[in-house]
Design a binder for this molecule. Structure first.
Ligand code: GLC
Length: 527
């Protein structure tokens, strides 16, 4: 018997934007609880919540002020426990986010460190340094500097502290035993409450070279993918394994080197990690085949299941991305005003859903992708909240465009997002209702209908995977037992091979021909 996480479908909930139960314009746990039947009907095995803890929201909740408190905008700890139990009763497991690299500048440890002053033990849990010069020239993942200078009580400049993200997210010092102990306790706190797994944020970044060298001064990167990390995750795995049933760990690991990536998936470390390679590839058979091959090859030696990810709360929605001339996602290339053909993008996103759904391993689905929501690119600038936008001097549009509150109904002032009519925290486009769950439930050809059928059929796919003889530079073709998945990337329509039954198709089939940017699942003829 396999473990649930080996082929699970995991639905990502960004709680601010999923459903608003109390009507204040911000999504919350009451909203999620009311929509659990929707998620069950969609056919997901687990939900992953991006951070739901107390947070001043300098980075959408990835600035955690207290891991043991649910942000009051979302609800209470008791509600979280009820939600976990309600979901479990419907057969849906809960995964939560833990952010080991940093805490919020409003976290009790950091406020204590500031109050206690230079040289204090409180400051040793972070990276404080003295001197007139900035300690390093490292560049923040959000652009700009990684050190901020504190002020002494008399107003003179004090010590610097390190933040790989915003100044409101001071980095923790993982050489400090308190940091390690505290995180293992946080895991236990949530596992004791029935959480089935942990998503580990920025998992390659927590450990730093204490000599704080510049990037070009040393062979090993001073803060990415350091060898010492593995021991930390072995400790987390031991905590996860001490539960019955054992809990699961999934890492956010952006690493180009497949072998370094796979190290995190050794049998006593994480169970799985997000595979971002596919998202970074253009929409082309050769590229995607290469991605699938290297992914499967990298996972095999460590005997870990692959994961398939088309998007998340950090990246451009697939419908928009696939409608552009550059279809590969990269943070560096995000700009305003890129020409986009949404019809083309939607066609490809439908095919991409069938492609990733057919691959062996676990599947991540970001809220709203099952509705084919486009990236919202015309949000008023004053509404934008993401530090990626603000820290790039407005050059990078940031990630708000994929975080717009979901449309549930065709009409109403918030398209069913809020129980009462207060404006949502990010404005929804006027035509949002046409993408709503209500609209799509009535339409057998909708993206929602496609996802529902795909997720249902996916359950019956065997573990086996084999490339098919038809696989070529224009056609991706692989088999899961008797089921053949074909995706046509070429300019010409392709005649289908002999088959017993068309299980799913991302578009209409005419005369048994698969047109450009269309995917199909066929049950093959028995021999
Ligand atoms: C991860 C999260 C992202 C967050 C960053 C800093 O990349 O997915 O949303 O901003 O970590 O915590």
């Amino acid at each position: 018997m396999g473990q649930w996480w080996q082929d699970a479908v995991i639905y990502q909930i960004y709680p601010r934007s999923f459903a608003d139960g109390d009507g204040d314009g911000t999504g919350d746990l009451a909203g999620v609880r009311s929509r659990l039947p929707y998620l069950r009907r969609l056919g997901v095995d687990a939900i992953w919540f991006t951070p739901w803890y107390l947070s001043p929201l300098a980075d959408g909740g990835y600035d955690v002020a207290d891991y043991r408190v649910i942000d009051p905008a979302f609800g209470t700890l008791a509600e979280a426990e009820e939600l976990i139990a309600d979901a479990a009763a419907l057969g849906i497991r809960t995964i939560i986010d833990v952010v080991p690299n940093h805490v919020s500048s409003e976290h009790a440890w950091f406020t204590a460190a500031l109050a206690a002053g230079p040289g204090s033990p409180e400051r040793e849990r972070f990276w404080f340094r003295s001197g007139d010069e900035r300690p390093t020239d490292w560049v923040s993942s959000f652009g700009g500097e990684t050190w901020t200078r504190t002020k002494n009580p008399d107003g003179t400049p004090g010590e610097w502290y390190l933040h790989l993200f915003t100044p409101e997210q001071p980095d923790l010092n993982w050489n400090h035993p308190d940091v390690r102990r505290e995180h293992e306790e946080i895991l236990r706190f949530w596992f004791d409450r029935g959480v089935a797994g942990i998503r580990i944020d920025s998992a390659t970044m927590p450990v730093k070279d204490p000599s704080l060298p510049e990037l070009d001064e040393v062979e090993q990167h001073p803060y990415v993918d350091r060898d010492e990390l593995h021991d930390i995750y072995r400790g987390w795995r031991a905590v996860a394994d001490s539960y019955d049933p054992p809990r699961m760990l999934v890492g956010e690991i952006w690493l180009a080197d497949a072998e370094r990536f796979a190290r995190y998936l050794r049998p006593d470390e994480m169970h799985t990690a997000f595979n971002f390679d596919l998202m970074g590839r253009p929409w082309a058979a050769r590229e995607l085949r290469e991605s699938i091959r290297t992914t499967l090859a990298a996972h095999a030696p460590v005997d870990a299941p692959a994961t398939w990810v088309l998007s998340n709360h950090d990246v451009t929605r697939p419908v928009t991305r696939y409608g552009r001339s550059d279809t590969a996602f990269s943070f560096a290339s995000k700009r305003f005003g890129v020409p986009t053909d949404l019809e083309l993008g939607r066609r490809r996103a439908r095919a991409a859903a069938l492609l990733t759904g057919a691959l062996p391993g676990s599947l991540y689905l970001y809220q709203g992708d099952e509705l084919g929501l486009p990236e919202v690119e015309n949000l008023p600038l004053v509404a934008l909240q993401d530090p990626m936008f603000h820290r790039s001097d407005g050059l990078d549009p940031g990630r708000d465009g994929c975080r717009v509150p979901l449309p549930w109904t065709t009409g109403g002032s918030t398209f069913g997002f809020s129980a009462r009519g207060f404006g949502p925290w990010l404005p929804q486009p006027d035509d949002w209702g046409s993408h709503s769950v209500e609209a799509q439930e009535l339409d057998p050809d909708s993206m929602l209908a496609l996802y529902r059928s795909m997720l249902a059929l996916r359950r019956d796919l065997p573990r086996s995977f084999q490339w098919h003889a038809l696989d070529s530079d224009e056609l991706l073709a692989f088999q899961r037992g008797e089921v053949l998945c074909l995706v046509n990337f070429g300019p010409e329509a392709v005649r289908l091979p002999p088959y017993q039954e068309v299980l799913l198709c991302s578009d209409d089939l005419t005369d048994d021909r698969l047109t450009t940017d269309v995917a199909v699942w066929l049950r093959l003829v028995h021999h």
